[in-house]
Structures are given as C-alpha cells and as structure tokens.
Design a protein around this ligand. Structure first.
Ligand SMILES: CC(C)(COP(=O)(O)OP(=O)(O)OC[C@H]1O[C@@H](n2cnc3c(N)ncnc32)[C@H](O)[C@@H]1OP(=O)(O)O)[C@@H](O)C(=O)NCCC(=O)NCCS
Length: 158
C-alpha cells in the first residue's frame, strides 16, 4: 500500500496508547484484562532496536496502521522454541490492503538480518493467511486454554 512506512516503535512512542487499545480490544476476550495498561507495559518493553523484544509500527502521514513484534518467548510450555513473531495487528479500518503482510515481511527481514534461521508464531485462527506467506504448521498448542497452532518459517540467511 502506498504511503505506508514501517519503523521501530521506539521511534514513535506517540502510537503506544492507540496500539495498546487495539491489542486490548483484540485479545481481551481471552486475556480478561480490565484496561489496556498491561498492553501499554508490554509495548513499552518492546521499544528496543538491538535486543529482543522489538516492536515495529506501520504508519503514514501521522496515521497508525498496525504493529508486529519479535520476541524471545512464545506460549507457556514452548520455551525450547525461539524467537517468535507476535502481536501482529492491523487497525480494523486498514485491513485487506496488504499492511499485515508487509509487517510480517518486515519482521522476517529484520530477523534474517540478525541471522535468525527459524521463526515461530502462535495463531488461534489465521493459519490459512500465514500459510500463504510461506509459514507451515509446527504443531497444535494451547494459549490460555484456547486451541491454536504453532507455525514456523525457515529464513534463509545467506
Ligand atoms: C490478520 C491481520 C493482521 C491481517 O492484516 P491485513 O492488513 O488485513 O492483511 P493483508 O491485507 O496483508 O491480507 C489480508 C487479506 O487481504 C488481501 N489483500 C491484500 N492486499 C489487498 C488489497 N490491496 N486489496 C484487497 N485485498 C487485499 C490478502 O490477499 C488477504 O486475503 P485473505 O483474507 O484471503 O487471506 C488483521 O486481519 C488483523 O489485525 N486481525 C486481528 C489480529 C490477528 O488476528 N492477528 C494475527 C495474530 S496470529
């Protein structure tokens, strides 16, 4: 999509409250949080460039479109797998324009540049969407007692 830029969240702290609200609304039915404060704390912890966790934002002309992050930890019980593409979200009004795919591709490229060879993610219901971007099912997994799948992607580093 034209006019979309992807930058480190640390370069755009002004988007943290809006992002926290989107993340809160998207997953509150599972996490059961009373307000977006925990999501704000998580985003602040992802305001890094050189060490994980790292979050990126998609934006343009002062408008926030979405976010994605790279982090060490996945769902509980999966400690042997790392790192993880996580918290991929595009604002409800900006979906189906390729922004989600662009965010995923950006995080993959950033992972590749850090010589990461395999990336993992957990999804409740977006298996088909990630499959189209080259991800494959690694195996089933529970997240807060909800069934989903771990997916993985080999990154060529050469
Ligand atoms: C999943 C999510 C991040 C996808 O973001 P998005 O920006 O809509 O993704 P894309 O636009 O790249 O792709 C979505 C669809 O739009 C289509 N699309 C892409 N560009 C398009 C365009 N210019 N015009 C029309 N459709 C387009 C894609 O082919 C894809 O089709 P599909 O639904 O058949 O797979 C978004 O729906 C979202 O935030 N969902 C809620 C949070 C979530 O579930 N995150 C995933 C966690 S595992």
């Amino acid at each position: 999509m034209r006019g979309v830029r992807i930058n480190y969240l640390i370069e755009h702290p002004e988007y943290v409250p809006n992002l926290a609200q989107w993340l809160f609304e998207q997953w509150d039915f599972i996490l059961g949080e009373k307000n977006p404060e925990t999501r704000m704390e998580e985003l602040r912890a992802q305001m890094n460039r050189d060490e994980l966790p790292i979050a990126w934002v998609a934006h343009g002309n002062g408008q926030l479109f979405g976010t994605a992050a790279l982090r060490v930890d996945g769902p509980e019980g999966c400690e042997e797998l790392t790192p993880w593409l996580s918290r991929v979200i595009v604002g409800p009004h900006f979906r189906r324009r390729g922004i989600g795919a662009a965010l995923c591709a950006h995080v993959e490229a950033e992972a590749r540049s850090r010589e990461i060879q395999t990336l993992y993610l957990f999804t409740l219901d977006k298996q088909a969407w990630f499959s189209r971007m080259g991800w494959t099912i690694f195996g089933p997994c529970l997240w807060h007692e909800r069934p989903g799948d771990i997916m993985c992607k080999q990154l060529r580093t050469a």
